[in-house]
Structures are given as C-alpha cells and as structure tokens.
Design a protein around this ligand. Structure first.
Ligand SMILES: C[S@@+](CC[C@H](N)C(=O)[O-])C[C@H]1O[C@@H](n2cnc3c(N)ncnc32)[C@H](O)[C@@H]1O
Length: 171
C-alpha cells in the first residue's frame, strides 16, 4: 500500500488520549470524520459500538481502509450528489462517502451544523510556513479562533512538540 506522509498506522495518540473528553460517557454516538483518508481510528470507534461517517475524495484510500481491516463493504451511488459514492461496511456501522466535502457544504459551516450540542476534536499543526508548504498544512491559532469563536467554546486541550526526524528536512 502507498507510503502516505500523513497517515498514522497506529492512529493518533491525541485522539486516544482525549477520547473520553470527546465521548463524555455517551454510547452509540455517530462520529463524523471529515477528510477521513483511511484513518484507522474509524475502525477503533466502530469496534467500540459507535457509528462512523467519513468523507474522503480518494476512492483508493477508502478501498484500502476496508481491505486493510478485512471489512466487507458494498458500494452505491449517492443520488443527491453527482458522481459521489457511498462505501458502507456490510455490518452497516461505517459509511464512507467518496466525494469532495465541498460537495456536501462548505467545510466550516458543515462542521458547525454537526456540532450543535456536540464536540469537535480538532488537531492542527503549527510551523514556520516559510520553510515548508505542507502537507500537513499550517493552521494558525488565529484562524481557528476566527472560524469557530462565534459558535463554539474553544478549549485547547494540549500543545505538543510533534517534530520528529522526518521533519528535520523542513529546517
Ligand atoms: C491529512 S489527510 C488525512 C488522512 C487520514 N487522517 C488518514 O489517516 O488517512 C487529508 C485527506 O483529505 C482528503 N481530501 C482533501 N481534500 C478533500 C476534499 N475536498 N473532500 C474530501 N476529502 C479531501 C485527501 O485525499 C486526504 O486523504
């Protein structure tokens, strides 16, 4: 399978760490993964009894997700969105839409709608954008505030130094 810079084979440590904050004791949640790629966390959360909905433009990533976890799935068109496909696990608890998230709605307004009385765990990366153009892309704190402050209570759970050997080439 492809060597993808952003994909974490072991999942994201911060999602593990803050899962209780996000789930907050609730069971059977419907959890949305925007730009999901083949994120392994979708399988963990489905295995915990939650329902997962993802959106990803790359069909290859979605097919790899199902094949790498040996999950049978079926594929069907989404009549409301031209060209879009829904890949759903046969067990029904993972539905991944293959289309651009902008086909659903604009990204931030979509997240805000989905967040009513809910939580959104957002992980961003910060570095000197003059030295590296991404991906992963630089998202300054000021942008998060300007996009979300009117509708959400924004809490910074943690800041971590996530730089590793592979980032040294960014200087
Ligand atoms: C940073 S990666 C996240 C991948 C995922 N967390 C994983 O572990 O594989 C961003 C993903 O968003 C997808 N993507 C980019 N623009 C998109 C769009 N407009 N609509 C849906 N997916 C998009 C890319 O194909 C890529 O897989």
């Amino acid at each position: 399978m492809g060597n993808i810079g952003f994909h974490k084979e072991q999942g994201h440590l911060l999602l593990w760490k803050y899962l209780d904050v996000l789930v907050s004791g609730r069971s059977g949640l419907r959890i949305f993964f925007p730009l999901c790629g083949k994120a392994v966390e979708m399988k963990w959360l489905a295995d915990m009894g939650h329902t997962v909905v993802g959106v990803e433009v790359s069909k290859q990533a979605l097919k790899e997700f199902f094949s790498e976890h040996s999950l049978p799935y079926c594929e069907e068109p989404v009549p409301e969105i031209s060209g879009a496909k829904k890949l759903q696990s046969t067990s029904g608890n993972i539905s991944l839409y293959c289309c651009s998230i902008y086909d659903l709605s604009s990204y931030v307004s979509l997240m805000i709608t989905l967040m009513e009385k809910n939580s959104y765990l957002l992980v961003t990366v910060s570095y000197d954008p003059n030295k590296h153009k991404g991906p992963p892309f630089y998202v300054p704190e000021s942008e998060i505030k300007s996009l979300f402050r009117d509708c959400c209570e924004i809490k910074c759970l943690q800041k971590v130094d996530d730089f590793s050997e592979k980032h040294r080439q960014w200087d």
